[in-house]
Design a protein around this ligand. Sequence first.
Ligand code: PLP
Length: 359
Amino acid sequence: MANDHDAASYRPTTVAVTAGRPASEPDAPFSVPVTFASTYVAGGDVEYGRYGNPTWTAFEEALGALEGGQCLTFASGLAAAATVLDLVGTDQVVVAARHSYNGTIMQMADLEARGRLRTRLVDLNDADAVLAACEGAALVWLESPTNPALEVADIPAIREAAHAAGAYLVVDNTFATPVLQRPLEMGADLVVHSATKYISGHSDVLMGAVLTRDEELFKVLKGRRDMIGAVPGPMESYLALRGLRTLHLRVERAQANAQELVRRLGEHPAVGEVRYPGFGAIISIVLAQGALAADLLTHKTSLWVHATSLGGVESTFERRRRWKSEPATIPDGLVRMSVGIEDVEDLWDDLARCLDSLQ
Ligand SMILES: *Cc1c(COP(=O)(O)O)cnc(C)c1O
């Protein structure tokens, strides 16, 4: 990395711009180029494209610097999650927030059905039950805020219970991003990201990441990535790093938009409930008139795009229960909104016009 003696003291916004850059020397490019290579000349550290790639390394340096750990990148968020769940030995117990991303919960259910592990799903709103469930666990999986219920976990308290049980604490930090929450600093052993979302930020990349401060865990996970091969492409890594450069600007703007929309949505009679954890740019609303109203809303807007996924510069939303896999504890009329970086007045005009028509 360029000028390491300065870099150590940089603040996060500067780190996002500078980390993972080539050394600063005459005619050096600002960005690490996209290296399309399946194989490398023998005798070095990499040797083969499943073991390493300089474009991944640049991305890993940058995200690692922002989260405060060592980073391994993966082909998707779920590839990262699968690699972490593989740490759990046969018949060991995984405690997980019941409203974690449904793809993660589906992986756990699949592993459980095949006798690979046992899961204890917990309600993050019941703090005592979460702490009690940690006893005897091998791994505790948190998502905070959860998707789409937007519950927030007490990470330090749960860390204590997890570590007392000898369990790893994993936090899926996709929603908060390192701009708003750094779980490794709070004692989590592992952070997981769907870099598909805010990290890359432009709805054009699928990628995941795992971060840790534990040298041993890092080696084990790197070994599993080498073996399983759930690695990202170099072009994706380049795009994700390019996106990461503006992470702070995007998150700050989207969050400011979200906070303004929360205020206005709370006053609209068509909206029965607004869920917002106080930070970030995901809002969940429950339409007063239920699922039909939610479907009407998501099909009537012109600026808000009806789409799954989140964390892009564009504002998108969907009724989550349109997915069969979404748990029944999520209200039928809940619409998850991923607020983008557009002008908030345009976002509100579009929403208000459609909400008014539901009256
Ligand atoms: C999307 C998402 C994932 C899965 O990531 P992919 O990149 O789609 O595989 C995991 N966790 C959360 C919180 C997500 O939103």
